[in-house]
Design a protein around this ligand. Sequence first.
Ligand code: GDD
Ligand code: MN
Length: 382
Amino acid sequence: MATVIAAQQRRSDYERLAAPELAVIVPTYNERANLAELARRISAALDGVAFEVVIVDDDSPDGTAELARELARHDPRFRCLQRVGRRGLASACVEGMLATCAPYLAVIDADLQHDELLLPRMLERLQSGHADLVVASRYLDGSVVPGWSEDRRLLSRLGTALVQRLPRLRGLSDPLSGFFAISRPALEGTVRRLSAIGFKLLLDILLSAPVPLRVVELPYRFRSRRFGSSKLDARVAVEFLLLLADKALGGVVPARFLLFAAVGATGVLVHLAFLVTSLEVLGTSFVTAQTLATVAAMVFNFALDNELTWADRRLRGLAWLRGLASFVLVCGLGAIANVGVAAALYARDTAWPLAAAGGILVGAVWNYVVSGFYTWGERSGR
Ligand code: GDD
Ligand code: MN
């Protein structure tokens, strides 16, 4: 008996030291209350498997990363990858996958909604060599999704029905699942083509793979969230559409630029509204009205771009004010470039609408690239 126990002990020591066969990637944002229970459940579910857990935390204010490191101090199979100044479920998962040497990679939410007991079966399917990707589906016979509000259920169904029309995804019951496992070669072939925008990494992978992946779906019981709240909000819906646009455009024009341009177009409406109000209601001079309208449109555009276009690098507090200042500066220069190009085109006998459009395009590209760099990107050094 004692030797059996000793052998088991050795085996489990070995498993703890062995290179992982499966890496479980856990994206977290404010999941402190769920983490210890999740760790316990994953360890139990994967008893006998050489596994590793990479918790990818986007600097959650509730201290999730600190707790993740605490877990890692007790069990080296757990690791924390902390990202500062960035947000994004899909990009977090990708970075976690790239931070491990395991040949098989699973992604699971931290909030205990996904059934971790499926992990060994997902691994087996991949190891069999017959599948590149195993998806835990909420919508197969035998799957159950309890505790969802009507709105949430409808939204999920709608999104799923929409993408199921894409040829690549026909026959898949749940291409928007957040719970799946993939082999390293399949990831390797796809990772450089990913948009990594928003929540829907699985969809991104399915649409980006150079050749269609061999997919197996397994049913499971989707559970209610234990603690904390869902991070799904309007931004997630926008990012979902952005991801689809990015895939449709084949990466030629970044979808983010289109969103930036759309936000810019709404800025024109704000400008006109302020201009008219100032002239007609307040009775100011034209120059005052135009100045007021310009400032209002810039602040409006900055605020909206910060919430939507650059939501993954959203600025808050003092950084928001600093960002606004740099945005105004960048767009001021953009306006000069716009007028300069339009004037030059017009002087070369270009019809005025074309000359204007040329100026607007150059100004928009300048604003997008330079504000992306200074206002939301390089400014923070990341
Ligand atoms: N690192 C990081 N960064 N993690 C994030 C972020 C982020 O910006 N936003 C959310 N997460 C983490 C959460 O902490 C959680 O562990 C997981 O990602 C899912 O977030 P939820 O807010 O719980 O999303 P949900 O339950 O509404 O939707 C999830 O499940 C659906 C069904 O499987 C997502 O995975 C959906 O994509 C999926 O369709
Ligand atoms: Mn959830």
